[in-house]
Every structure is written in C-alpha cells, then in structure tokens.
Design a protein around this ligand. Structure first.
Ligand SMILES: C[S@@+](CC[C@H](N)C(=O)[O-])C[C@H]1O[C@@H](n2cnc3c(N)ncnc32)[C@H](O)[C@@H]1O
Length: 204
C-alpha cells in the first residue's frame, strides 16, 4: 500500500516482481528497490546538481524517477527485458506529463547494461542485484575505462549487495567502501546500501 501511494505521487507503476521466463543464470528478476530504503539512503547520501546517475537494470524505473524528482539531476536507466522496458516507457510518459517543469533529462535505454556506453559525466552508478558477477565485472570494467578517459570521482551504490560483488570491488579494484546505510527494521541483514568511491586523486 505504501509503495503504491509513493508510486501515485510520482504518477508511475513500479510494484510487483517479474521473473525471466527462461530463468537466465546471468540476468536477475525485476523487483523495485523499496521506497523506504530509498528514503533512508538519501537521508544520509546527498546528490549534487552536477551529478548524473545511471541505474543498471532499471526495471520499471523506480530509482530513476525517485532520484530525478528529488534531486532534479540527469538520470539514465538501462533495461533489457522487453515487457519491463515497455512499462518504463509508459511510466516515463505519465511522469513527464505531470513533471514537465524539471529541466534535467530522464532517459531509458533498451539493451544490455554491459553494452551501455558510459557518458563522460556519469558519476553515480546504481545496482540492485541486476545480474551475475560475470556481467558486473564487465560493467565495472566499462566504468573504469570511462574514468581513465575522462578523469573524475565516481561512486558505485549497491542495494542488497551480493557477496561476490563486494569481494570483487574489494580485491580487484581501487574502489573504497565509504558508507554503509542500513534500512531500519529490516528483517534481512542484506537490506542495506554499500557505497564505494573511486576518487580522482588530482582533485582536492
Ligand atoms: C532487481 S531489478 C532492479 C530494478 C531497479 N534497479 C530498482 O532498484 O528499482 C533488476 C533488473 O535488471 C534487469 N537486468 C538483468 N540483467 C540485465 C542486463 N544485462 N542489462 C540490463 N538490464 C538487466 C532485469 O530485467 C531487472 O528488471
């Protein structure tokens, strides 16, 4: 009920779970980050007007709409499931009809996250368990490549983090864990956000 009320306030529909028909071992099901968790995250982690967020495996777009509406920054969602992508486009039409006044773009790309070409200004990367560690490594590789070409500080935000993602970031990359945000009254200890940062050392 709470979830539906939040959806209503954004003029979108993002509730429900959708499994893949063919049970892909690499691509995970569609399920939105709970609004309560998002509220908690952004109580303690603020975005600035120069930030740009990408949600890899954006599902029906809840995180993208929430962030765009709250911080008025450019947001991109990438999604590969056909039906889910149709839903996110319907949500965008309805959301934009209501919130025409927000100048920042909100974009959705149909396709594989591992094929998304990272824009030079993208700097906040959100993951709610979208895919296997194999795909995650490819996406993080793309982020690192982009940072090499266009130096900047970037953050990776993990919700409900998979142990393999954590291990990989810790052991095989220079990303540092900078924040851990628990969701109050969560029944499951994995209901938390981990924020990793790769700092541009040339920046003050
Ligand atoms: C757990 S949902 C997360 C939804 C959204 N990020 C949120 O937090 O509300 C994961 C989504 O990732 C999508 N997905 C899985 N593998 C993908 C891939 N390789 N490229 C793009 N999307 C993918 C799934 O179809 C699903 O909609």
């Amino acid at each position: 009920m709470v979830e539906r009320n939040y959806d209503k306030s954004l003029w979108i529909k993002t509730t429900g779970i959708r499994e893949w028909k063919d049970r892909s071992i690499h691509y995970n099901r569609c399920e939105s980050t709970p609004y309560m968790a998002l509220k908690e995250l952004f109580k303690r982690y603020k975005l600035n007007k120069t930030d740009r967020l990408v949600d890899f495996g954006c599902g029906r777009g809840r995180v993208a709409f929430y962030v765009h509406n709250r911080f008025k920054i450019p947001v991109t969602g990438v999604e590969v499931h056909d039906t889910t992508f149709d839903e996110v486009l319907n949500n965008k039409a309805s959301y934009r009809h209501r919130f025409q006044d927000i100048a920042a773009p909100i974009r959705f790309e149909y396709g594989l996250a591992e094929h998304y070409e990272i824009e030079p200004m993208d700097n906040k990367f959100y993951f709610f368990n979208p895919f296997s560690i194999k795909i995650f490594k490819k996406v993080v590789g793309n982020i690192l490549h982009s940072v090499k070409r266009n130096r900047r500080t970037v953050d990776i935000i993990l919700y409900y983090p998979m142990p393999e993602y954590k291990l990989y970031l810790k052991k095989s990359t220079s990303f540092k864990l900078i924040n851990k945000i628990r969701v109050p009254e969560a029944s499951d200890s994995r209901e938390k956000f981990l924020i990793y940062r790769l700092k541009d050392l040339n920046m003050a």
